[in-house]
Write a protein that binds this ligand. Structure first.
Ligand SMILES: N[C@@H](CCC(=O)N[C@@H](CS)C(=O)NCC(=O)O)C(=O)O
Length: 318
């Protein structure tokens, strides 16, 4: 039996759930405490990684503990045969799938997480208390005022962890838009992401674009609709989950208030994230540094830069 350690809403974790189900393996999930990570600490930290993260798996059959989503997919493919393959085809195709996984982890997964969380913070920050604290304090974090304070506090912590307030000055929205437009052009008329067969690359793409479904700048982009259609189709084909709580939370918030959109601008920027050999990049920063003192300002002011609440997109706002 394989144990998957996860944070359920993480798109890196969804990728592994989809892959395990696609392969038809027996597995169970263990939700971790995002702060203490107690469940992960029962296993030794893999030497090539600096800190505990999810997804991680423990395979009771081999007694192996593997962390980081693409190494997990590689492990599953290498250790389970006679199941639908994650890396089908010849060696060239397999290498291309592997390269696409690292590309998606780095260029799609990292910024999509950033913009997804930013959207939650701007539209319904209280939801963060449900995501991170529902298992703590015997329900106290679900009571209205405490939920609201906790949501704000968590939003500030997350903004420091991922430097959400820098996205606008770095041109990250435009940089991801350029990456996705290029991807959409590459995939035009093609059923699968690599070659002519379904693979882990299709699974990874479907999971990793999910956070962008709540960001109007991307979700309503006229030239990106094919990518979102591909996401929906792949999730349905794999019997994946419907809307996640953050998607429903934002949809409900939009029944009360208009969505938060961006003022458009013309800017050329590229994604600054980098992979490291056969490992993907990440963008996590230390939370408890002196820089934390400036975070309330960034949270309440910088994060709102170029954002407007408005029901419909216009020529200058989406
Ligand atoms: N490159 C990693 C990224 C995993 C990652 O960043 N996981 C996040 C959840 S989405 C995490 O564990 N965060 C815990 C933390 O920031 O301390 C992968 O592909 O699995």
């Amino acid at each position: 039996m394989i144990t998957l350690y996860e944070l359920h809403w993480s798109h890196y974790c969804e990728k592994i759930r989809l892959a395990l189900d696609y392969m038809g393996l027996k597995w169970r999930m263990v939700g971790i405490d995002a702060f203490k990570k107690t469940q992960l600490r029962e296993h030794a930290l893999p030497a090539h990684l600096p800190a505990y993260i999810v997804p991680a798996i423990h395979d009771a059959r081999t007694n192996m503990f593997v962390m980081d989503s693409t190494p997990i997919l590689r492990y599953l493919a290498a250790n389970y045969s006679d199941v639908p393959p994650l890396f089908p085809g010849n060696q060239v195709n397999r290498n291309a799938i592997d390269a696409k996984l690292i590309e998606f982890d780095t260029y799609l997964g990292i910024p999509a997480r950033r913009f997804g969380y930013t959207q939650v913070i701007l539209e319904c920050p209280d939801l963060l208390a449900d995501l991170f604290l529902s298992h703590r304090g015997r329900g106290v974090f679900s009571t209205p005022v405490i939920r609201s304070f906790a949501g704000t506090f968590l939003g500030i912590l997350l903004s420091k962890r991922f430097a959400f307030h820098r996205s606008e000055s770095l041109g990250l929205y435009e940089a991801l838009e350029a990456y996705l437009l290029q991807l959409a052009a590459q995939l035009e008329g093609r059923a699968f992401i690599v070659g002519d067969i379904f693979s882990a690359a299709d699974i990874a793409f479907a999971a990793q674009i999910r956070p962008l479904t709540v960001v109007p700048f991307f979700a309503e982009h006229p030239r990106l609709q094919g990518l979102f259609e591909r996401h929906r189709k792949t999730i349905a084909q794999c019997n994946g989950e419907g809307d996640f709580p953050y998607q429903t939370g934002i949809a409900n918030a939009r029944k009360r208030k208009p969505p938060v959109r961006r003022k458009l601008r013309t800017l050329t920027a590229s994604l600054p994230f980098q992979s490291h050999g056969d490992l993907s990049g990440n963008d996590q920063n230390h939370v408890w540094t002196w820089g934390m003192l400036t975070m309330p300002f960034h949270y309440f002011v910088s994060l709102h830069s170029r954002k407007v609440r408005q029901y419909l997109a216009t020529a200058s706002v989406r």
